[in-house]
Design a protein around this ligand. Structure first.
Ligand code: ASP
Ligand code: MG
Length: 433
């Protein structure tokens, strides 16, 4: 049993939907398959905006987005189904009518609740289109709605999965279909959304579709998860920042979790952990070049060190904190500093202490940073620099670091056996405003 996840970019227009259908058709002869799908293209962003307008009672702006979204989905469907009487059109009409009906009512005060009601429409309509199109080309499939499969609490917008109930539910609902022998077992469902036991729709946090694939894989003890993307797989750096990036053929779950921790937008640890716990391999492949191998994430750690990975974080602040009484940095000082960071919800990206100071590098935030600095200054002398870059290099052994920082000033450096981190100044660096 395999789980495929396709992201928004893979179904952004009729041609892309056809491509996804081709991939599914080609692959699904090999056994039962569950396809988890995101909303089309930038639909989730548009729905977020629609929701904000709804809460603001800005009806004209809201309706403009609604009309655009409906038109773009109908356009994709028109590109796929030549018969204007095809049942998919009335299914889509119904889904959009449900949303229309909802947003013409008064908003409640719970933004997150409204958000989940509204934003989940993106995945509902994308799966309706894909499922209908697969049927159209002769691929029988079952469309299951994720709110009935993935059971969560009512923490809207960032709902927590009830693993026991979801596992039982997914097995109970999907296995009878996936084990049928007379039909090609193919199930389609939505990523990113779940539901409470009371029947309220929830969402799992942005980019949550990968996580849905992992939840279903975990529940069904899948043999593999494949995430189909518009990149060839996991790269060792962001190609927009570094030229000559290299594909990571095979890394361990642990390495992928480390990369995510240091800020790589690879695969979210949330997605990796359930897979790791059941040792289910994850492949990241290109939907544009489906025959290429892509990247494999599994238990194998032997190749982790072969390719160095580079992670760049911008807009960093570096503060150096000195006790006012010229005393050494000691535990009481540190616990006060940590308490300030924790209270303001600021995550430390890198820290270092010397006898007389403690230095921390963290992401700059318009609201949190000034508030944190203000609090720190109550008890300490504080020096700070902003607009810095934090460069993390995993498996840095053979990397030419001078070349990497190219004459820029390195303000802080830290090395472990596997990881080198550098806080670097660039032209725009300066004290915090
Ligand atoms: N459609 C959702 C988002 O854009 C979930 C996902 O794509 O993973 O965040
Ligand atoms: Mg997406």
């Amino acid at each position: 049993m395999r789980i495929f996840k396709f992201g928004g970019a893979s179904v952004k227009d009729p041609q892309s939907v056809r491509n996804v259908a081709e991939i599914i058709k080609h692959q699904h002869g090999t056994g039962p398959l569950v396809v988890v799908l995101s909303a089309m293209g930038k639909t989730t962003n548009a729905l977020e905006l629609l929701c904000a307008m709804f809460m603001d009672r800005n009806k004209p702006a809201m309706m403009e987005i609604f009309d655009q979204l409906k038109a773009s989905h109908l356009q994709v469907a028109q590109g796929l189904f030549t018969d204007p009487g095809h049942p998919v059109f009335s299914v889509l009409e119904q889904s959009f009518y449900k949303l229309y009906y909802y947003i013409t009512e008064e908003p409640g005060n719970n933004y997150n609740y409204e958000y989940d009601r509204i934003v989940s429409t993106g995945e509902m309509v994308s799966t309706q289109i894909l499922s209908a199109y697969l049927k159209e080309i002769g691929l029988h499939n079952y469309l299951f709605n994720a709110p009935k499969l993935v059971i969560t609490d009512a923490n809207f917008r960032d709902a927590r999965v009830d693993w026991i109930m979801s596992t039982r539910n997914i097995r109970e609902k999907l296995l009878p279909f996936l084990t049928k022998e007379d039909l090609p077992p193919l199930v389609i469902t939505q990523g990113f959304i779940g539901g409470t036991t009371q029947g309220f729709t929830t969402t799992l946090g942005r980019e949550g579709s990968d996580f849905t694939a992992a939840i279903i894989a975990y529940a069904l003890d899948a043999s593999e998860v494949v995430i189909w993307k518009d990149v060839p797989g996991l790269l060792n750096a962001d190609p927009k920042i570094l030229p000559n990036t290299v594909l990571l053929n095979n890394i361990s779950y642990q390495e992928a979790i480390e990369l995510a921790y240091y800020g790589a937008t690879v695969i979210h640890p949330k997605t990796l952990k359930p897979l790791l716990s059941k040792n289910i391999p994850l492949r990241v492949k290109s939907f544009e070049q489906p025959n290429k191998e892509g990247s494999l994430i599994n238990q194998n750690e032997t190749k982790d060190h072969l390719v160095p990975s580079f992670i760049f974080k911008y807009n960093q602040v570096l503060v150096s904190i000195f006790p006012m009484d010229f005393s050494f940095i000691a535990e009481e000082n540190l616990s006060r500093i940590f308490a300030d960071f924790a209270r303001h919800g600021v995550r430390m990206n890198l820290m270092q202490n010397s006898a007389i100071s403690f230095s921390v590098c963290f992401d700059r935030d318009k609201i949190k940073t000034p508030a944190l600095l203000k609090d720190l200054k109550k008890n300490f002398h504080v020096k700070h620099n902003s607009n810095l870059e934090l460069i993390t290099v995993r498996h840095y052994g053979k990397v030419n670091i001078d070349e990497l920082v190219k004459g820029r000033e390195v303000l802080m450096e830290q090395k472990s056996r596997t990881t080198l981190q550098l806080v670097v100044k660039n032209e725009t660096s300066g004290p915090c405003k």
